[in-house]
Design a protein around this ligand. Structure first.
Ligand code: GDP
Ligand code: MG
Length: 163
């Protein structure tokens, strides 16, 4: 059995974009509208020679964006329960939202190792969001850009001990 990584985070932070980059195929639907990934998707990833299974979790656009929607919560919890590590994504450009904080609070109660990454940080954008992410209490955030493929080596380094 391959080690399992669950990508979690509120809608629109770039979970599916990162999933597609890791899996190397466009298995997940990427869309500007929050929560457009309706199903949980799984695929095999290879990152600098490390093989693992990755789960892209979904959000729901038809539910209140200000609270962690029930079905999204259920999906996220199920994915994290079976995972060897959780990759918690935030949007470095948008900064933290109450939903990010709610997810972080929940993750801190779990035994699964959590790696925190601030996405959309290509170039030097999103530096304020990156610094803000320290306040989530989940360790040092890694700056990445799922779309541009930046920070992937740092991500690998943080995931390696857990996968
Ligand atoms: P999800 O809802 O968390 O799965 O997010 P998606 O992967 O569907 O991405 C939401 C939006 O963010 C899309 O318009 C993506 O193109 C955009 N996006 C994803 N990753 C990046 C990134 O690294 N940089 C920037 N600027 N945009 C990104
Ligand atoms: Mg998605």
């Amino acid at each position: 059995r391959l080690p399992v990584l669950a990508i979690v985070g509120r809608p629109n932070v770039g979970k599916s974009t990162l999933f597609n980059r890791l899996v190397g195929k466009k298995l997940a639907l990427v869309d500007d509208r929050p929560g457009v990934t309706r199903d949980r998707r799984e695929g095999d990833a290879s990152l600098l020679g490390l093989e693992f299974r990755v789960i892209d979790t979904a959000g729901y656009e038809d539910e209140d964006p200000d609270t962690l929607p029930g079905r999204m919560r259920a999906q996220t919890e199920a994915a994290v329960r079976g995972a060897d590590a959780a990759l918690f994504l935030i949007d470095a450009r948008a900064g933290l939202t109450p939903l990010d904080e709610e997810i972080a609070r929940w993750l801190r109660t779990q035994t699964v190792p959590v790696v925190l990454a601030a996405n959309k940080a290509e170039g030097r954008s999103g530096e304020a969001g990156l610094i803000e992410a320290f306040s989530l209490g989940l360790g040092e955030p890694i700056a990445i850009s799922a779309e541009h493929g930046e920070g992937i080596a740092d991500l690998f380094e943080q995931l390696l001990p857990h996968l």
